[in-house]
Design a protein around this ligand. Structure first.
Ligand SMILES: NC(=O)c1ccc[n+]([C@@H]2O[C@H](COP(=O)([O-])OP(=O)(O)OC[C@H]3O[C@@H](n4cnc5c(N)ncnc54)[C@H](O)[C@@H]3O)[C@@H](O)[C@H]2O)c1
Length: 345
């Protein structure tokens, strides 16, 4: 495939680009390089003849039209987004602009290009979304692809809106789309404002480890490399017009996840143990969803994908990666807002 990957300088997008190139696909990485981007995530592939980079904003239709014409991709993987829930509470406009309007512009330019090409059946527009569009679960149950949408944050509402646009561009114009909704990712190159890197980096610095509310919020964690494999499976084999839930079968309460990380750090850095003493409960996020959990059986049964990395193994690898890659995260900690408490409403 010749893939146009949007958001390829971000956390998940860069994993997708690395995996796609390893699998022999050509990749054009289209990214606006916002505060969340880091081209160093792509150091291992930037010299590959299969890789190209286009600095562009998905809100810029002229740039999108030029990129489609210049590179003539056979598929689009759309990951570019504003992605941090806390930032969406303080400043929702950027989320509407990029996640909703930007996705609409990308759909329009993808459609125009696809029509100019004679509407090839094998073209794909893969929209990468989140399980947060489904809202919050009680103690029981799982999100399936049939779960009604009920987003609660500006971030998840903007992603829900973008999912609906993609669905409509298929139903109305016949654009060959696939969609996926994934649970929380973690792993190497995770931007240092998200929960798992915050825990690791605060623990390393001997600073309080903030846990929102009572720490009882449950997330289903997926190692980012497994997500990248799932996305390549879906774009390669997924049925047009269908959506696929992606999850790790690894539910954990935030407080239990934080304790797991502390125990790994205790083993690797016994001099600073016990890291658990740094745990500090802080004011909860407004509208904080209580529980997310994914039923990924469609993806397993129809396309044969399953997560390979357990939560224990993935956390171990992630903590080790942060210990070995200090210059990477130290540079990002200087960016605006990183390390500040955001999203108090
Ligand atoms: N992180 C998760 O746990 C998770 C889970 C499920 C789904 N997702 C979805 O996966 C996608 C990627 O998430 P992530 O965590 O890698 O995000 P990220 O914030 O790490 O990366 C987003 C990338 O998009 C780029 N970008 C932002 N606005 C842009 C614009 N207007 N034009 C072009 N590029 C722009 C940024 O520069 C950045 O490189 C998002 O669509 C997100 O909603 C994330």
């Amino acid at each position: 495939m010749k893939l146009l990957v949007t958001g390829g300088a971000g956390f998940i997008g860069s994993a997708v680009v690395r995996h796609a190139i390893a699998a022999g696909h050509e990749v054009i990485n289209l990214d606006a390089l916002t505060y969340a981007a880091c081209l160093e995530n792509l150091a291992s592939v930037e010299a590959s003849p299969l890789y190209r980079f286009e600095k562009a904003d998905i809100r810029d239709r002229d740039a999108l039209a030029r990129i489609f014409e210049t590179h003539r991709p056979t598929a689009v993987m759309h990951l570019a987004a504003e992605s941090h829930v806390d930032r969406s509470i303080d400043a929702p406009d950027a989320f509407i602009d990029t996640n909703v309007t930007g996705t609409a512009h990308l759909l329009q330019e993808a459609r125009a290009y696809w029509e100019r090409q004679g509407r090839p059946e094998e073209f794909r527009f893969h929209h990468v979304s989140t399980d947060e569009v489904f809202g919050s679960l009680g103690a029981e149950g799982l999100f399936t692809e049939e779960t009604p949408y009920a987003p609660n944050s500006p971030y998840s509402a903007s992603k829900a809106a973008s999912d609906h646009l993609v669905r409509a561009w298929h139903a109305t114009y016949g654009l060959p789309v696939v969609l996926s909704n994934c649970s929380n990712n973690y792993g190497p190159f995770h931007f240092p404002e998200k929960l798992i890197p915050v825990v690791i980096l605060n623990a390393l610095a001997g600073r309080p480890i903030p846990v929102y509310g009572d720490g009882g919020n449950v997330r289903d964690w997926l190692f980012v490399e497994d997500h990248a494999e799932a996305l390549l499976t879906i774009i390669g084999q997924g049925e047009v017009g269908r959506s696929y839930n992606v999850g790790g079968n690894a539910e954990a309460k935030n407080i239990d996840l934080v304790r797991m990380i502390c125990r790994i750090l205790d083993r690797l850095l016994p001099g600073a143990a016990p890291h658990e003493d740094l745990i500090t409960f802080v004011t909860d996020r407004p509208g904080h969803d209580r529980r997310y959990a994914i039923d990924a059986s469609r993806l397993r049964d129809e396309l044969g994908w399953q997560p390979r990395v357990t939560l224990e193994e993935g956390l171990e690898q992630t903590v080790a990666w942060y210990l070995e890659n200090r210059p990477w995260w130290q540079a990002l900690q200087d960016r605006a807002g990183v390390g500040d408490r955001l999203g108090l409403g």
